[in-house]
Ligand binder design. Structure first.
Ligand code: HSE
Length: 438
């Protein structure tokens, strides 16, 4: 059978990795796909040919639209990233009957509904395994492997850069900025690294996971997002003393009132496997009714791990090119006319436990004031520690773990605690998830 012809847009970290993996494993890949998969054209503004042996055999231009327009090409692989011109290129490829493989989570999370509708109309595939959790085949696992189940919740460490930063801060006491700059050099971080540290990248991925888990349209704009910039080394160490790890977690849960959709730093009990996922590694814990909890672990960023997912999508497209378009795996796991309109829960309605850290004056009655405020909001305390005063200061750090409460009540309690004369500055609040499978 004739090889499938691929046009590659982007020769950066993931584009370069994809080129190298496809070339190095060409024979093995052809044995799996049933035919060869050949990159015949690529577009890149600037790339380093030294890291791409064999690149001279294909045409590389700086005109991505010309690659999309090439009638010889069957599949466009979009690895440019960002919203535009990626969206325009993908829609153009679809309009001209080409299949698309992309690693672009920002694009899928924000324009996926439009892109999938266009692809459905044209009868072409849009595959995006590499958009979530890098090399972990989580889209396939949730969309196909778990299709017998009613999925209850998903908790994921889905940003490698953020997890790398938190791990290095904890294990080596390194500075935030210093670790971030290393993550950039290693090719883990987004072009705009605030996407990593502010949780936007994780929110993109979570929106995609929630859609395929619950059969709802993509709703990135409804994801509550909080970054890791305010987490201090002290928070990491206090959490450790209490038996918890702080992870930047994406959490989506189906409740009777709606779907929780949130990304924020989270305390997780140390005994959970997911609490021990360190460095650039990602992990996704899925709780489903029939199978129970399943955990997927692997490299969440980097050239070849992400290329592994891109190439797997290429193999999938090559295998299904002859299948009836109506019978392909639906983009969002559920048939397009069977998506549900479950509401997304406002953050104030979410129920979680909390870690609170505050700085209080070391004088009688302070603790009573704080616990009274929590009591008035029906917030029950699970643990409370008061540390030694900081050197030369009269204030003491106080750390509290609470039981589960509605976010709205916690907001009110924090507001009142911050108004106390005896409490200095802001209260640091980190949500906690016990992630118990019962
Ligand atoms: N910047 C992303 C991360 C890359 O660190 O996880 C993979 O999506």
């Amino acid at each position: 059978m004739k090889p499938v012809k691929v046009g590659l847009l982007g020769l950066g970290t993931v584009g370069g990795g994809t080129f190298n993996v496809l070339r190095r494993n060409a024979l093995e890949i052809a044995r799996r796909a049933g035919r060869g998969i050949e990159i015949t054209k690529a577009a890149a503004r600037d790339y380093d040919p030294a890291g791409l042996p064999g690149i001279e055999a294909i045409t590389v231009s700086d005109d991505a639209f010309a690659v999309v327009d090439d009638p010889e090409i069957d599949i466009i692989v979009e690895l440019i990233g960002g919203y535009e011109p990626a969206r325009e290129l993908v829609l153009k490829a679809i309009a001209s009957g080409k299949h698309v493989v992309t690693a672009n989570k920002a694009l899928i999370a924000t324009h996926g509904n439009e892109i999938f509708a266009a692809a459905q109309k044209q009868g072409v595939m849009v595959a995006f395994e590499a958009a979530v959790a890098g090399g972990i085949p989580i889209i396939k696992a949730v969309r196909e492997g778990l299709s017998a189940n009613r999925i209850e919740w998903i908790a994921g460490i889905i940003n490698g850069t953020g997890n790398f930063i938190l791990t290095e801060m904890r294990d080596k006491g390194r500075d935030f900025a210093d670790v971030l700059s290393e993550a950039q050099k290693l090719g883990y971080a987004e072009a705009d690294p605030t996407f990593d540290v502010e949780g936007i990248d994780a929110a993109h991925k979570l929106a995609i996971l929630a859609s395929i888990a619950f059969g709802i349209p993509l709703q990135f704009d409804k994801v509550y997002t909080e970054g890791i910039g305010h987490i201090t080394r002290d928070d990491v160490s206090y959490a450790e003393q209490l038996g918890y790890s702080i992870k930047h977690l994406g959490m989506t849960r189906r409740t009777e009132k709606g779907v929780e959709l949130r990304v924020h730093p989270t305390l997780i009990p140390d005994r959970r496997l997911i609490a021990n996922v360190d460095g650039v590694m990602n992990a996704v814990l899925v709780k489903a009714d029939a199978v129970g909890p399943t955990l997927y672990y692997g490299a969440g960023a980097g050239a070849e791990p992400t290329a592994s997912a891109v190439v797997a999508d290429l193999v999938d497209v090559a295998r299904t090119l002859t299948v009836d378009p109506e019978n392909r795996v639906p983009h969002l796991a559920f048939q397009p006319d069977a998506l549900s309109d479950l509401p997304i829960l406002p953050m104030q309605e979410v129920v979680t436990a909390y870690y609170l850290r505050l700085c209080a004056l070391d004088r009688p009655g302070v603790m009573a004031d704080i616990t009274r405020i929590l009591g008035d909001q029906a917030i029950s305390i699970e643990a409370l520690i008061q540390k030694e005063p900081l050197e030369g200061q009269s204030q003491v750090p106080v750390i509290l773990l609470t039981r589960e409460v509605r976010e709205q009540q916690m907001n009110e309690a924090i507001q009142q605690i911050e108004l106390l004369d005896s409490v200095q500055g802001k209260v640091t609040r980190i949500r906690m998830e016990h992630l118990s499978s019962n």
